[in-house]
Design a protein around this ligand. Structure first.
Ligand SMILES: NC(=O)c1ccc[n+]([C@@H]2O[C@H](COP(=O)([O-])OP(=O)(O)OC[C@H]3O[C@@H](n4cnc5c(N)ncnc54)[C@H](OP(=O)(O)O)[C@@H]3O)[C@@H](O)[C@H]2O)c1
Length: 305
């Protein structure tokens, strides 16, 4: 089968399309034909900075069809259409087939294509866990979502509106009307304004930018007792010390129960998946270079023919 592999960190030129054997599954494993693989920034970070042990088949997000199940698998059968974010240290999504376990997958949304479905797992789970597990966002609260037009931001914006929150998103000018059409109550053009020129007394901030400047503005925008959640840089305690807020940084966890709830929102029409671009699997390098530019509006997806 075809797979996209990296042996050494440091350059997009190290990405290779290789021919390897199909995985052989263990009794608790599931063999999935990967129809589409979603790309996340951690994938290009892995290529450039070496996030995981190598050699490695890149990628964590899949949408596909189960081809075979091991004897101990209880809830899935061949032919089931599934999505999931694979085991973190194993990755292996950018391939024609992958082996995974029940605890990493759920059934695919019935109303989405495989390409759209592959954009769901990691980004939506991160947005969900940031807003609800770490941010404890409630109806009627005010939330700031940095990078509202990104893979995580677009899910976060829709989840926050579904919850009944007031949402301010940040973006450049080209995404302002788009984010308003998705439901943002306010969009702060970060190229022209400071966040606190426009937003004060927020209850929650979801920060996927988290430079020192953005972290400081975020702290200032929160009310006393507000909650700041970074999904990139650590909390700079020297900046935080003058603010009476809760601040945390976390790494998402693949959680099929939460993913199932998200699938229900998608099937109920409450949440849409926005695809910026698709590429054939063999063009993974170009897709990663594109996402690395940081301008994607929604998700970038690899398609397996
Ligand atoms: N901790 C975790 O578990 C976790 C999970 C998922 C992602 N992450 C991290 O979170 C970050 C975002 O992920 P993603 O998938 O959403 O990335 P992405 O899809 O690549 O984000 C692209 C978007 O970022 C926006 N953007 C770029 N610079 C911005 C700025 N200074 N202010 C506001 N918006 C800006 C762009 O909009 P404009 O063109 O309008 O600027 C673009 O739409 C990445 O660093 C990723 O590694 C962490």
């Amino acid at each position: 089968m075809k797979a996209v592999s990296i042996k050494e960190k440091g350059s997009f030129e190290n990405i290779q399309v290789v021919e390897i054997n199909k995985p052989v599954i263990q009794p608790d494993e599931i063999l999935v034909h990967v129809n589409a693989a979603g790309i996340n920034p951690v994938d290009w970070k892995t290529v450039l900075n070496g996030y995981f042990p190598m050699p490695l088949i890149l990628g964590s997000d899949i949408a596909g069809v189960i081809e075979a199940v091991g004897a101990d698998v209880k809830n899935y059968k061949p032919g089931d259409e599934v999505i999931g974010s694979l085991q973190w240290d194993k990755q292996s999504a950018y391939a024609e087939y992958t082996a995974t376990k029940e605890k990493y997958i759920t059934h695919k949304p019935k109303n989405l294509s495989f390409a759209e479905s592959a954009g769901v797992p990691l980004a939506s789970l991160t947005a969900w866990q940031a807003l609800f597990d770490h941010g404890r966002l409630e109806a009627g609260q005010k939330v700031v979502i940095h990078a509202g037009a990104g893979g995580v931001g677009l899910f976060a914006l829709q989840f926050a509106k579904w919850k009944g929150a007031w949402v301010a998103a940040t973006s450049s000018e080209r995404n302002i009307n788009f984010l308003k059409s998705v439901g943002a109550d306010e969009v702060v053009d970060y190229t022209k304004y400071k966040l606190t020129d426009i937003v004060k007394d927020a209850d929650v901030v979801l920060d996927s930018i988290a430079t020192p400047e953005v972290q400081m503005e975020s702290f200032k925008s929160l009310k006393k007792g507000g909650r700041y959640v970074s999904i990139t840089s650590n909390i700079r305690e020297e900046l935080k010390k003058d603010f009476d807020i809760y601040a945390t940084r976390f790494l998402f966890i693949s959680n099929p129960d939460q993913l199932k709830q998200i699938v229900q929102l998608i099937e109920g029409g409450m949440v849409k998946v926005f695809i910026d671009k698709t590429y054939p699997l063999a063009e993974a390098k170009d897709a990663l270079i594109y996402l690395h530019k940081g301008r994607a509006r929604g998700k970038v997806i690899l398609i397996n023919n």
